[in-house]
Design a protein around this ligand. Structure first.
Ligand code: MN
Length: 565
């Protein structure tokens, strides 16, 4: 019996889940030859270490039963209740998403997130992926590359967005050698000396820092040395033309103290002794990163005038950095009067603790910390969108409430025009059947069949509406040859001032135009800022009106638009 399991009493849901999964997976093994149940327990253990609630751990132990065994969702509901059943169902749906094909990476991330209305679903999936990556050497070589790519492109960025830096970094590092074997070998070989060199240096530095803090009467909880992860180092090296000399944070010193007051006190004491390098000081406590990351970062000329990066934070910030939303979850569990379950991404109540969710929510209301924000959050909100799949597992992005007709026109105008019915998840449905995220849709067509004006009553996508209307007008022949625009993208360059981006996006909401994607960039000098706003297809009149409106915004220098297809 594993240690972590022992803390749960006999007959507790966790122990029952273990027995249930063991029975369900009986006789099956992992690629390593180990009994399959070892994987289920490992995933449960990871969530246990993240201090997640019991339902999550039960669902983690059961997470592969529906996908891989004869177990039905109703069995799980009967044995473990609705909450666990929903978690397992969410994880199963994510597992079914097939990576590759024509799917856009960002769409896949959105698809994964849209199945994770309860945040615990994605946490279970991340733990699952973490264990699969930790045991990836047992897989066939081509499988390894495929899983690694999916990990780096889908799961590591999601973990990062959830503020789980450590998990995101570990996933990337596990995938790195399979994705870029040559680069990995080169890096390991070249970084090694540098790493040792820096480690020796950091060892010399530690007593000095201890003394500095002692003189300032600050008691640190710990002083650590952090080696940069290989994959993030690799990404950084690419940005710096593979020049090691330009990268200073191979090894960072991390000082952990009791409270925020002490963080700034440490900073003051350090800066008193060693000269800080201009432009390298970052106060992520006053201005946290969008994923919730908080710390003070400074780079100083330390011993022997060597450039050294130092991070200062509290213990709580440290845990959040490592475990992100899982740490928030654990804190929340401790408090009795806070809601036990986060119902949805939108339903999160505790603003302060779940800063990243708050920031996700307010993303279009403007933000101060531009670069970081854009790096970490490119997901627009999917509450108005659904993600469905073709039988070949390509992901199709449609407005909420869409029907098989919308889907068919999204595939091709001919498929839409000749649609006579559809199968959703293998079952025949009427053509006005409402689709939901995760549905697999197959369109049935009949040659020579014509679209019906009646369809306009229920279709949701502008693409479908346009084709049907045009067909009714007899203009379809012309239209089918050229793809109609699917949306409009505005580009507004202006002086960098607080709330500029917010004013732009507000102009759209004032005009009741739904924004699909917002993207903000600033130039090197940060004097100018460019806001790109993508919205659905709007009339030319509306476009003109928006241009006039945007031109009246303070600081605006240039605005233009283009149709997107
Ligand atoms: Mn699994």
């Amino acid at each position: 019996m594993l240690n972590w399991l022992e803390k749960y009493p006999k007959n507790s849901p966790v122990r029952r889940a273990f027995a249930f999964a063991e029975e369900a997976h009986k006789g099956t093994t992992r690629a390593s030859g180990a009994p399959y149940i070892t994987h289920c327990l490992a995933v449960g253990e990871i969530l246990n270490n993240w201090k997640l609630d019991e339902s999550s751990i039960v669902a983690a132990v059961l997470h592969d039963t529906i996908e891989d065994t004869k177990t039905l969702l109703s069995d799980i509901r009967k044995e473990f209740g609705e909450e666990v059943a929903e978690l397992v169902d969410g994880v199963t749906k994510i597992t079914k998403i097939k990576y590759g094909g024509n799917n856009d990476v960002e769409n896949l991330r959105k698809l994964v997130l849209s199945f994770s209305k309860d945040i615990r679903v994605i946490l279970i999936k991340l733990a699952d992926r973490l264990h699969n990556m930790r045991t990836i050497e047992f897989k066939l070589p081509e499988k390894r590359t495929e899983i690694s790519r999916e990990t780096v492109e889908i799961y590591a960025p999601i973990a990062y967005r959830l503020g789980m830096q450590k998990i995101s970094g570990e996933l990337e590092d596990l995938a790195f050698p399979y994705l870029y074997p040559d680069e990995y070998a080169w890096l390991v070989k070249n970084v090694k000396e540098k790493y040792d060199e820096r480690a020796t240096y950091a060892d010399k530095l530690k007593p000095l820092i201890t003394q500095i803090l002692k003189d300032a009467r600050i008691k640190p909880s710990s002083i650590d040395l952090r080696a940069k992860r290989y994959y993030s180092l690799y990404k950084k090296l690419i940005r710096y033309d593979m020049d090691f000399e330009k990268i200073y944070d191979f090894v960072a010193i991390r000082i952990i103290v009791k409270n925020i007051h002490d963080c700034y006190a440490v900073l003051g004491a350090i800066h008193k002794h060693w000269t800080p390098i201009p432009g390298r000081f970052k106060d992520y406590i006053a201005l946290p990163k969008p994923n919730g990351y908080r710390s003070l970062h400074t780079t100083v000329l330390a011993l022997d005038n060597k450039i050294t990066e130092i991070q200062i934070r509290t213990k709580e910030m440290h845990e959040e950095d490592e475990f992100g939303v899982a740490a928030h979850w654990a804190y929340q569990q401790v408090k009795k009067d806070t809601p036990k379950k986060m119902d949805s991404w939108k339903g999160v109540k505790n603003k302060k603790e779940l800063l990243w969710v708050e920031q996700l929510r307010n993303w279009q209301k403007g933000f101060r910390n531009r670069e970081d924000f854009l790096d970490s959050i490119k997901v627009d909100f999917f509450k108005d969108r659904i993600f469905v799949m073709t039988p070949r597992n390509d992901v199709i992005d449609l407005p909420a409430g869409s029907t098989p007709i919308d889907f068919a026109y999204n595939i091709h105008s001919d498929v839409g025009n000749q649609c006579i019915g559809a199968k959703v998840n293998g079952k025949i449905v009427p053509i006005d059947h409402e689709l939901f995220s995760g549905d697999v849709v197959e369109i049935l067509t009949q040659k020579g069949k014509k679209p019906s004006v009646d369809w306009l009553r229920f279709v949701k996508s502008s693409m479908a509406k346009k084709y049907i209307r045009n067909f009714a007008r007899g203009k379809n022949a012309k239209l089918q040859k050229s793809v109609p625009p699917s949306g409009v993208e505005f580009r507004a360059v202006g002086l960098n001032r607080p709330n500029y981006a917010r004013d732009i996006t507000n102009a759209f909401s004032d005009a009741k135009i739904g924004i699909l994607i917002t993207n903000v960039q600033s130039d090197n000098s940060s004097a100018f800022i460019t806001v790109n706003v993508k919205c659905g297809n709007i009339s030319h009149e509306k476009i003109e009106k928006m241009l006039v409106k945007i031109k009246s915004i303070q600081g605006i220098k240039e605005v233009n638009f283009k149709h997107t297809r």
